[in-house]
Design a protein around this ligand. Structure first.
Ligand code: HEC
Length: 173
């Protein structure tokens, strides 16, 4: 059998120019075009996504608290996660959990005071007693405390409600 032979030199492709920079241009334009989707993805993965109370808020309030949660998460990582851990589970009998904490759920005002002024007495969280070793956070503004409270109230399965700067200020009076 005769195998079909390619005709040599029939249509030569023009040699492509060496253009390394266009690869980076391609990468940047790709990143630029998908960035809104990355942003939406991150928002969509926010802690409040499946939160019933969150769904009942007005769109304006949802936008406001979505921002609180994003800010609150950063502030939490900086100020609190070393003790209460990124997953909010605390550290055995040394640091109480915030995730599913009965104390946090029932004591919003006391929790705000704890964050600002530090601990002054032993407290019981989910049946375990903890020593008052939590430090004060005088550098946090009332708005920042509200952002952190909104974050911890709505993370790790918690649905303990939303707090704005005015509420935090009232609690601290
Ligand atoms: C040095 C470790 C440490 C740091 C940092 C810390 N905490 Fe605490 N936290 C504790 C301890 C210990 C307690 C128990 C206090 C007591 O017994 O009075 C506590 C208690 C709490 C409680 C009430 C109990 C509960 O688990 O629901 C909340 C709410 C809380 N912390 C939030 C925060 C937040 C928010 C931050 C960051 C702004 C923070 N903590 C930073 C150690 C810490």
């Amino acid at each position: 059998m005769k195998s079909p032979q390619r005709r040599k030199g029939a249509k030569k492709k023009p040699k492509s120019k060496p253009h390394g920079s266009s690869f980076f241009f391609f990468l940047f334009s790709l990143l630029f075009h998908i960035s809104p989707f990355i942003f939406l993805f991150l928002i969509g993965c926010g802690p409040a996504r499946n939160n019933e109370a969150f769904k009942k808020l007005s769109t304006k309030e949802q936008n406001k608290y979505q921002k609180y949660i994003i800010q609150g998460r950063d502030l939490y990582k900086l100020n609190c996660a070393s003790c209460h851990q990124t997953d909010g589970k605390g550290l055995k009998k040394l640091i109480p959990p915030l995730a599913k904490s009965d104390f946090l759920r029932a004591n919003q005002t006391k929790s705000v005071h704890l964050i600002k002024y530090g601990a002054s007495e032993p407290i019981t969280v989910n049946g375990i007693s903890y020593q008052p070793t939590m430090p004060p956070h005088p550098h946090l503004s009332n708005l920042e405390i509200a952002e952190i409270m909104t974050y911890i109230n709505n993370s790790w399965g918690n649905e303990f409600g939303f707090m704005d700067g005015k509420m935090a200020s009232d609690f601290l009076k």
